[in-house]
Design a protein around this ligand. Structure first.
Ligand code: MEV
Length: 418
């Protein structure tokens, strides 16, 4: 399959879907799942409480992605214009040098158990350290299925923290959650361990819950973006200046990372995963050094090309939750062709880097409003009745006129048809 599909932009949604089916082997049943109203109300009613209806978002396909030599089409569920286009454009630039090099750590999530009211937190930590293997064995006995699939509790870590209510001992349970996001497995183990931890330490357990700062479940993507595609040396220098602002100013870093999450969250959402978990992880990871920093890093290589790199926590899964039941999520995973949670994490990293480069490239050159305006003009042209043959010309004239409005679109169409 190929992920570079020229002209996808100018097709109708039905034509695009046919092309995606051709590239990915998506079945008619899969297509029904991702088309309008794909999820039945009975599925949705089982997902949350007091269901009354649905809230639909467009799913667009980002093209041109290659990751470790694998071509992938990327479904993105998002309300914001230009995000899909920017990701596709940046991926097209990256593919000149082979696309994105991606990797992940193990898929380890962290559960926290907070033990308070200890007479001697250091002594409590030593006691628990001595019982580590027993505690891990007990935690694993609570999730035999995860263990059967090769996952399970791997280690315990201990931290003593000062707080306004005295010192507390925080136990981290490190759980390999394999292809699950893992919140359920981790929370079950944390809750199950708590009484034993109280008994062993004489302390009082308060919280027993997953941490979203998933520093042991990281994905990394790297790509080289040739200077010729970025406006030459001057363009690269502008992007570096924009990037450096994010490294020294949290006001800019916040927006820089927001742009990254435009792409990451759109993919997380399309796969039925928890956008808030990934967002909390990304932003807390951005400040793990004590300063809020950009999630991406850039440098210029010996050719003068731009090398970009991103690392972010990716608490996502392919089993459990909405990912397994929502037909659109199932179709999205098939479109990407990801087989493991780790591969999905790699997709998120590549999309995040592409999104950031796409935004920086646009911001450092013409700003982002031109791209937004083009899409707005296209929508107006179609609403005003432009045919597939007319639409490009109408958009061109609308943007050139400087008056992107519905009435102008009608005038231009009338002129064209004279
Ligand atoms: C808008 O949703 C995202 C951007 O502001 C990101 C950025 O400034 O890098 C364009």
């Amino acid at each position: 399959m190929g992920s570079d599909i020229p002209g996808l932009y100018n097709m109708t949604p039905e034509e695009r879907m046919k092309r995606v089916m051709l590239e990915t082997g998506l079945s008619v049943e899969d297509v029904e799942g991702i088309s309008q109203g794909g999820a039945s109300i009975s599925i949705l009613d089982g997902m949350i409480e007091n269901v009354i209806g649905t809230f639909e978002l467009p799913v667009g396909i980002a093209t041109n992605f290659i990751m470790n030599s694998t071509e992938r089409l990327i479904p993105m569920a998002i309300e914001e214009p230009s995000v899909v286009a920017a990701a596709s454009k940046a991926a097209k630039i990256a593919r000149i040098n082979g696309g994105f090099t991606v990797s992940t750590t193990d898929q380890i999530m962290i559960g926290q158990v907070q033990i308070c009211d200890l007479e001697d937190p250091g002594k409590a930590r030593d006691i628990l350290t001595g019982k580590k293997q027993e505690l891990l064995k007990f935690a694993n006995s609570r999730d035999p299925l995860l263990v059967k699939f090769g996952g399970g509790a791997r280690d315990l870590e201990f931290r003593i923290l000062d707080s306004p209510v005295g010192q507390m001992l925080i136990v981290h349970i490190l759980v390999d959650t394999r292809d699950a996001m893992g919140a359920n497995a981790v929370n079950t183990m944390a809750e199950a361990l708590a009484p034993g931890l109280e008994e062993l330490t004489g302390g009082k357990v308060v919280l027993r819950i997953l941490s979203n700062l998933a520093v042991k479940r990281l994905a990394t993507a790297e790509a080289i973006f040739p200077k010729e595609e970025l406006g030459g040396k001057e363009g690269v220098d502008m992007i570096m200046k924009a990037y450096y602002l994010a490294t020294v100013d949290p006001f800019r870093a916040s927006t820089h990372n927001k742009g990254i999450m435009n792409g990451v969250s759109a993919v997380v959402r399309a796969t039925g995963n928890d956008t808030r978990a990934v967002e909390a992880g990304a932003h807390s990871y951005a400040s793990v050094s004590g300063r809020y920093l950009p999630l991406t890093e850039y440098h210029i290589n010996e050719n003068g090309d731009l090398v970009g790199r991103i690392t972010l926590p990716t608490a996502v899964g392919l089993v459990g939750g909405a990912t397994r039941v929502h037909p659109a999520a199932k179709a999205a995973i098939k479109i990407m062709g990801v087989k493991t949670a780790s591969e999905l994490g790699e997709v998120l990293a590549a999309v995040g880097l592409a999104q950031n480069l796409g935004a920086l490239r646009a911001l450092a050159r013409e700003g982002i409003q031109r791209g937004h305006m083009k899409l707005h003009a296209r929508n107006l042209a179609l609403q005003a009745g432009a045919s597939a043959e007319e639409v490009d010309e109408v958009v061109k004239r609308l943007v050139k006129s400087g008056q992107v409005s519905a009435s102008m679109a009608v005038n231009i169409i009338n002129d064209l048809r004279k």
